[in-house]
Design a protein around this ligand. Structure first.
Ligand SMILES: [Zn+2]
Length: 451
């Protein structure tokens, strides 16, 4: 039976990540064709037949398939190759040099998500070698997909492929970014598998009032009306809702903490005791904010517009609000929660939307991840998690695919959220190899006949 040479894997996956970081795919403008052509060349060299698809000039996407025996539907390994801008003057090592120092690979994209793209590429190469070595084919096709434009909505990447080339990427299950993140609560390490994603329901608030000279104050001043409403909405705690993912997340943490802390986590499961339990939790403020965000629909005002002359009442004042929905909600049920906060003369209209997502915790893929993690990281606890932001999963689920965010990294003192989109983004070579090893086992268990 084929056994990967992990020393070779370590070198290859490190080399691929360094190469990918050196290709500047800052979005905007993107230029992801650089990465698509690089990946296609590596896949082609390995005997696969990658397809490169350009959605707009320079916006490259690449897809490759390792055929299985067709017994079951494909598994998609989905990644994006674009990155957010970097400000080199604040970095310890240049963001597009791919420098290896202190055991870390430094550069923009090192954790979001050229690291996972390098891992997925390596996995395709490994399973190809395995078949070439005479092992039986997998039960499922493995599809590798690396797309453009995720950081700006994914319409020229995953969205484009779903709309124009669905047969290339249609799969029953997908592995994506968004999970595998390690964190500590007290003394216990946890690693997430992302099973849910909040949806988008951005809206605009428009307040109206009579225009006129500001020397005589008016009770219907549009600026004041808008200000009152956005202050109420911005401070509002909308109703509490518990999803399967968050129930399991909190329950798993509660069960693995010292009794007093565990009980406080358990009291988060009840709307009546949530606030008091949250206040008592010995966790950082950012985790408390996150616990609120994953149990509530939220609305954060971010853009204001009104008036052009200081002595004139504007007839209209507008605000843009970033609204986020829990699984199970849509614009209309969200509007019902917001209505009590709208003041007189203020109208709400939705602008952008994206459906919230949740995948089952009882699927064979989730079970394979659980089983592998119980031996690959016996002392850590796997917890399902909900992302408050959106990934390309929102496009892929339109094909009926069940998407899980998982590429595990051990806790090494660096918090994922302090690295992503930040200065000095980096990943340890050990962690890059670790994620590749774990996912090799997950795919072996999930897709091969050996089990
Ligand atoms: Zn990303």
């Amino acid at each position: 039976m084929f056994q990967p040479n992990w020393d070779q894997v370590r070198e290859e996956v490190t080399g691929s990540l360094v190469d990918l970081i050196r290709l500047d795919t800052t979005n905007p403008p993107g230029n992801e064709m650089l990465a698509a052509e690089y990946l296609a060349a590596v896949l082609h060299e390995a005997g696969l037949e990658p397809v490169v698809l350009e959605s707009a000039p320079g916006r490259g996407n690449v897809v490759a398939r390792l055929r299985g025996n067709g017994q079951e539907a494909p598994l998609l390994l989905m990644g994006h190759t674009d990155v957010v801008p970097a400000e080199p003057e604040f970095w310890q090592h240049p963001p597009f040099a791919g420098k290896i120092a202190d055991g870390y690979i430094w550069g923009r994209g090192a954790v979001d998500m050229k690291d996972i793209v390098a891992t997925f590429l390596e996995l395709l190469l490994l399973f190809k070698r395995r078949v070439d070595a005479g092992d039986p084919p997998l039960r499922r096709d493995l599809i590798f997909m690396a797309t453009a434009d995720e950081e700006r909505g994914g319409h020229l990447g995953a969205g484009f492929l779903v709309d124009h080339h669905p047969d290339l990427i249609r799969a029953e299950y997908a592995l994506n970014e968004g999970g595998g993140r390690a964190s500590m609560v007290g003394e216990q390490e946890y690693i997430t598998c992302q099973t849910a994603e909040k949806g988008l329901a951005r809206f605009q608030l428009e307040a109206h009032g009579e225009p006129g000279h500001a020397s005589v104050p008016r009770e219907d001043n549009a600026v004041v009306r808008l200000a009152e409403t956005i202050a109420r909405i911005g401070r509002a705690r909308l109703p509490y809702h518990l999803t399967d993912t968050v129930w399991s997340y909190i329950t798993a943490i509660a069960a693995t903490q010292p009794p007093a802390v565990g009980e406080a986590f358990e009291r988060l499961l009840d709307a009546a005791t949530f606030d008091e339990a949250l206040a008592a939790l010995p966790v950082p403020a950012q985790m408390k904010r996150m616990l609120v965000a994953i149990t509530h629909n939220t609305a954060s005002p971010t853009i204001l517009q009104a008036g052009s002359k200081v002595n004139v009442f504007p007839s209209v004042a507008t605000a843009r609000v970033d609204g986020r929905l829990l699984p199970g909600f849509d614009q209309e049920s969200f509007r019902v929660e917001l209505e009590p906060y709208l003041g007189e003369g203020v109208e709400l209209s939705f602008t952008d939307s994206g459906a919230p997502l949740e995948a089952s915790l009882e699927s064979p893929l989730y079970e394979a991840i659980q089983t592998v993690m119980s031996t690959a990281a016996a002392e850590t606890v796997l917890i399902p998690s909900m992302l408050t932001g959106a990934t390309d999963a929102k496009h892929i689920v339109r094909l009926g695919t069940k998407v899980y965010g998982f590429c595990p990294r051990r806790f090494d003192g660096l918090d994922f959220l302090s690295l992503v989109h930040s200065h000095n983004e980096r990943i340890s070579v050990d962690n890059l190899l670790y994620g590749t090893q774990v996912l090799y086992q997950v795919i072996e268990r999930f897709c091969s006949n050996g089990y």
